[in-house]
Design a binder for this molecule. Structure first.
Ligand code: PLP
Length: 402
């Protein structure tokens, strides 16, 4: 008799499961709009030119070894991560009240943040947007939090329900942890405007909530690293709020499999920041000992070299520009076809994803009849579209919504 008999079969992860179904489909017309990974106009994964260059430089370096990194990661990457999100002239950096620890990409930054907050944060409630990145609930639930939702998406306007959001934040227990998407909200592509962020900060401050910014798309959303960091910088510099920022280099460097990210912490004093780093390091040590080195070396090289940095900003504009172009083309095709409904939200939304408003039955028909794969909530990864398949996609959508 095996004790494993007590182990129930867990359901497959919806996104990875979707990709597996797509892989099994042999139709040449098939389109994968599920996974949030950038593809070029040929539908292929794209190694950023700046990553190729930095990788080459690393491989040519005779001093390159495969030694362990320190527990907190590569120091040059950690410092550069703080500068990237807060800006190089950040008063918080000058006052030394911010630290960063290298993490296992954005997921690891969230997980480490959750483990820390579970240990030290006095309030056990976390609020995530409705809807949100699926993993938020799992990560914070696993860490022992009571996970609740705040109103976010308005299914009538396919935009932000600001009043609903403010009212949820207002009625949450004082001092709750609030997960905010720094930019390019996943899955909706709907971000608050600057005026709306100011109102959100007002409630966060009044209620003493703790913000955890999940920042998986800096530079990838608008193509402008500073613009995509606006909300975080407003909270930190203008409002002097403490926060966590979970940063991922998966999307903006195309380094999905290298698992490189950072958790940046902003506190009121330099002493508090040091204490946080020591405790985060302690959690990292027992979980994975120290983070992977190769991706971190690539990112660090680029962030710390002015010439490579400029190349990177061009690569970011290539990716975000192509995504924005696909939004425009998809909307134009739908308008040309006279597809019922209003499709303005496709170009209003930003980042990797568009929340199309397609219903589960329509999504299912797109898959069975047209071999187009997307999550059942109607979320489309715009990166899966290109000049060869966008018209086919528009015609398929036109058919299923009629
Ligand atoms: N947070 C959000 C909102 C995301 O969309 C993603 C990726 O899809 C992540 C975090 C983390 O991704 P990774 O662990 O690959 O950096």
């Amino acid at each position: 008799k095996s004790f494993f008999n007590n182990v129930p079969l867990a359901p497959p992860d919806p996104i990875f499961h979707l990709t597996a179904s797509y892989e099994k489909d042999t139709t040449p017309k098939r389109i994968n709009l599920g996974v949030g990974a950038y593809r070029d106009d040929m539908g292929q994964p794209w190694v950023l030119p700046v990553v190729r260059k930095a990788r080459q430089l690393l491989l040519e370096d005779p001093a390159l070894t495969h030694e362990y990194l320190p527990i907190a990661g590569l120091p040059a990457l950690r410092d550069a991560s703080i500068r990237l999100i807060l800006g190089k002239d950040s008063p918080a950096i000058r006052e030394k009240r911010t630290i960063a620890i290298q993490t296992i990409s954005g997921t690891g930054a969230n997980t480490l943040g959750a483990a820390f907050l579970a240990q030290f944060h006095p309030v056990r409630t976390v609020l995530v947007s409705n809807p949100t990145w699926v993993n938020h609930k799992g990560i914070f639930g696993n860490a022992g939090f009571d996970v609740k939702e705040y109103t976010y998406f308005d299914s009538k306007t396919l935009g932000l329900d600001l009043e609903g959001m403010l009212s949820s934040l207002n009625s949450a227990p004082e001092g709750s942890v609030i997960i905010l998407h720094a930019c390019a909200h996943n899955p909706t592509g709907v971000d608050p405007t600057q005026e709306q962020w100011i109102k959100i900060a007002d409630v966060m401050e009044a209620k003493g909530h703790f913000p955890l910014f999940d920042c998986a798309y800096q530079g990838f959303a608008s193509g402008d690293l500073d613009k995509d960091a606006w909300a975080v910088r407003y909270f930190v510099h203008d409002r002097k709020l403490e926060c966590f920022i979970a940063q991922s280099y998966a999307k903006n460097f195309g380094l999905y499999g290298e698992r490189c990210g950072a958790l940046t912490v902003v506190t009121q004093t330099s002493d508090l920041a040091d204490r946080c780093l020591s405790q985060l390091s302690k959690i990292a040590r027992v979980n994975y000992s120290n983070p992977p080195a190769f991706g971190a070396r690539i990112v660090s090289r680029v962030l710390n070299d002015p010439e490579l940095y400029t190349t990177w900003t061009n690569d970011l504009r290539t990716m975000s520009g192509r995504i924005i172009q696909m939004r425009t083309l998809l909307r134009e095709h739908l308008i040309k076809l006279g597809t019922p409904g209003n499709w303005d939200h496709i170009t209003r939304q930003i980042g990797m994803f568009s929340f199309t408003g397609l219903k589960p039955a329509q999504v299912s028909l797109l898959q069975s009849k047209y071999h187009i794969y997307m999550t059942s909530n109607g979320r489309v990864s715009m990166a899966g579209l290109n000049t060869n398949n966008v018209e086919y996609m528009a015609k398929a959508v036109d058919d299923v919504v009629r």
